[in-house]
Design a protein around this ligand. Sequence first.
Ligand code: NIG
Ligand code: FE
Length: 390
Amino acid sequence: MTTTAVINIASLVTNDPSLGNGTPLGLIRDAAVVIEGDRVVWTGESSKAPATDNAVDAGGRAVIPGFVDSHSHLLFAGDRTEEFNARMSGLPYTAGGIRTTVAATRAASDEELDANVSRYLAEAARQGTTTFETKSGYGLTVEDEARALRIAARHTDEVTYLGAHVVPADHADDPAGYVELVTGPMLDACAPYARWIDVFCEKGAFDGDQARAILTAGRAKGLHPRVHANQLGHGPGVQLAVELDAASADHCTHLTDADLDALGQGDTVATLLPGAEFSTRAAWPDARRILEAGATVALSTDCNPGSSFTSSMPFCIALAVRDMGMTPDEALWSATAGGAAALRRTDVGVLTRGARADLVILDAPSHVHLAYRPGVPLVSAVWQRGERTL
Ligand code: NIG
Ligand code: FE
């Protein structure tokens, strides 16, 4: 197999604390990375790099692991420009807007849905995302949820069944019947395409008992839980997520001390989604407080047409640093290794021997520029599974 070395890297983030400067980022100066097939086979100081078949000169710039976007909702049609406009004129965000997208998504063809996923993924890839998770949740019938997941599974292994996004208008008078559908025939139709099951546990969506029933039913079918928790207000979502050993509790905007204790003690990752607070003009989650509680934090886009219509991980990093109390190092870690932890993966989000060869050259001398130069397209080259894609 051919070996390629990326050389002349001013600053390399490996996310292996045993390497380089000994911080969680495992930062190596004057570094090189060697790729063979779809794997990293060596990382270290340039002067010690083994001989390879090819070399790519990084030109004294920074290299980071590809971003791991562990939370997106890409299976939808249409957009909600008017709702956004109304919000920016002072109206609050509510979960009710989801039903607008449900109507548009049900009316769309398979080809349209597939083309939309491809389009937003291409956008994300240009901004350095190399692994992503995506969900159903805008179909909310057996057929529409199953088709969303079938299409999602063409694009990623990280597929999440979110039949419990909201109670659809057609079941408004019978929420218990909808929970039975989600835990019965809809789950049966969706489980073959999904790895994860998610619930929007929030006032106006599903309460703690409903969420527990849904996640438990999913687990019995081999799906692992993750939870939309404590986004719009306080509630049982975060503690339920930890109790069920969910891979992540997502949003975590409104947390009590008991929620923080739970996150600090369990293995559930707190996934923060600053695009949602930006786009709904909501209060920011306090990342500092969550980190100090001892929790693992991931950063993701939440890309969806309602609350966070961005596919940009660099944008989320900049917001997390500016407004959520994270350092540039913490934000970069959370957008790479943190996302991997939220997907219970160790093969991505790191650049060490044996990891998947997913890496990004930034047009900057260090990863700090992602927050220092917000809005600037700094991603200048991308390798995904060892293939140069940008
Ligand atoms: O993660 N909170 C629930 N779901 C999405 C928003 C969906 C929508 O408004 O369409 C979220 O923010
Ligand atoms: Fe979401």
